[in-house]
Design a binder for this molecule. Sequence first.
Ligand code: SAH
Length: 242
Amino acid sequence: MNPKSKLNLILHKVQQYWSGNAVNQNKGMVENLQRYGIIQSRKVAEVMETIDRGLFVPNGTPPYVDSPIPIGYNATISAPHMHATCLQLLEENLQPGMHALDVGSGTGYLTACFAMMVGPQGRAIGVEHIPELVSSSTENIQKSAAASLLKDGSLSVYSGDGRQGWPEFAPYDAIHVGAAAKEIPQPLIDQLKPGGRMVIPVGVLFQDLQVVDKNSDGSVSIRTETSVRYVPLTSKEAQLQG
Ligand code: SAH
C-alpha cells in the first residue's frame, strides 16, 4: 500500500472510532447543546458528559438525537434539551450535600444526574409509579457513573405516587417533576425547603414549564420558563389506559 492510501486508511479508522464510540457521541450531544446555548454552565456540561444517555434508552433507539423516545407504559425519556434546561434551572439547588427529588423518574437519567451533582453527602430520590420502570431504571443506573451512589444509598428510586412526594427525605432543595400536572400538587410545595426550587410542567394540552421558588417566609413565587409537552402526571391506571 502506498503511503497516501495508508494515511487515508488510518484517517478512516480514526473517523470511525470517533463517530462509533458512545462516549464521544454523548460528548457530541453535549457540545451541540452548548453550541445552542441550552447548556450554559461547566457543571451541567460535566454531569451530562459523565452520565451516558445511551445507557438509559431502550436498545435500538438513537440515544443522542435531540428528541424524546418512547420507553413503554405510555411514557417517554425526555429530549436532551429538556434534561439540560431542567439541570440549568436547578443547578444552584443541586450543590454537594443537598436533597433532590425527581418525580416521574422514568429511565432514571435525571435522577442519576442529580445524584452526581449532590454527591455522596447529598440525597437524590426518584419516585416512579410503574414498578417495571423502577426496576429498569435501577439497572440503567447500575451501568452508569452513578452506580456507586446507588450502592452507598445516596441515590434511591422508589415505586409510588409521586404526587405525594417522598416525605422521608424532605425538605428538598430541588424538586423536578417529569410529567405534566393539572395543578401543582400541594405535598410537593410542602416538601420544598425555604430557598428551594421546583421545576414542574403544568397544564393539560398546552403546558408551561413553571419554576416555583420557595421564599424564606414559606410563600412561593412562580414564573413560567417556556412552553413544553410532557406525558401527564396521573394515576397508574389512567396512564396504562393511554
Ligand atoms: N424524566 C423522565 C421522564 C419520564 S416520562 C425521563 O426522562 O426518563 C414521565 C414519567 O412520569 C413516566 O415514567 C411516568 O410513568 C411517570 N409518572 C406519571 N405520573 C406519575 C405519578 N403520579 N407518580 C409517579 N410517576 C408518575
